[in-house]
Design a protein around this ligand. Sequence first.
Ligand code: NDP
Length: 290
Amino acid sequence: NTPEPVAFIGLGPMGRAMVGALLSRGHRVTVWNRTPSRADALVGRGAVRAASPAEAVTSAELVILSLTDYDAMYSVLDTVGDALAGRTVVNLSSDSPARTREAARWLADRGADLLVGGVMVPAPMVGTEAARVHYSGPRRLLDAHHDTLAVIGRPDYRGEDHGVAQLWYQAELDVFLTMLNGFAHAAALLDSAGVEATELAPYAAETLALAGAFLDPAARAIVSGVHTDDGANVTMMGASADHVLAASRDAGIDTGLPGAVKAHYDWARAAGYGDLSWTSLYTVIRRPPE
Ligand code: NDP
């Protein structure tokens, strides 16, 4: 099988890594970027430089975008006109689910199909075994271009609704960002006693591994709605949340993050969930009190 040609627009760190991976697998890749110099090294490796977005788009049926957001897609593709008709646009840029659904309609009005992607790894990991990408939109589009897209990362199809790939992307970032902020916050807390973050790191990694082991049973409780006390009930965990907030206040560091955690426990306590598992927080998060 000859690798299919690809038109690739957007050569930030992610786009450059993706084009590099496609070139190394023998794809003919026609590239366009607003700042042309960002294509230089890739052209040196065999990519074809397009003089305009329209020239890139007409070079292949498969058009991959890696731009800052969906607004950038409109800026770029607005200039392309009729050439979009019949193309498959795979947009690997981040944005809200609503904006990706809107983009599907905008492209459909121009005769093009949209497959939305949410790339779950940073640029240095693109094209490696660890790379994975959530996709949503018409399944036939992923089926038709599976082998090409697999070069970027393992495709993980999440459904026909265009919005759902970015929703997954954001759900995973929700976990990731909150966890990293928690680490930065904990480092600030310990710094108030002169302890360096490097000392905290291995302990925090152990805590995170422990938290990982909580997830499967927690997910089962959330899905079943049965939040039986499993040794980590709302009263006990909520008292810990109170103490983290008090310690943060005493240390003179930001209290927003522990305050938000405590607020969830306050809601659960007010709802009478004290004797239930901490997983009952899900109920108040899903439907916060007015
Ligand atoms: P950058 O923001 O660095 O690059 C984005 C590209 O978008 C550049 O090529 C830039 O062109 C182009 N661009 C932005 N606005 C416009 C516009 N109005 N018109 C034309 N071109 C425009 O992003 P990354 O490469 O880091 O990321 C790309 C996407 O991937 C983002 O949506 C990001 O959220 C997502 N992502 C990034 C990860 C990462 O670790 N970096 C990880 C997972 C997902 P120019 O070169 O001219 O500025």
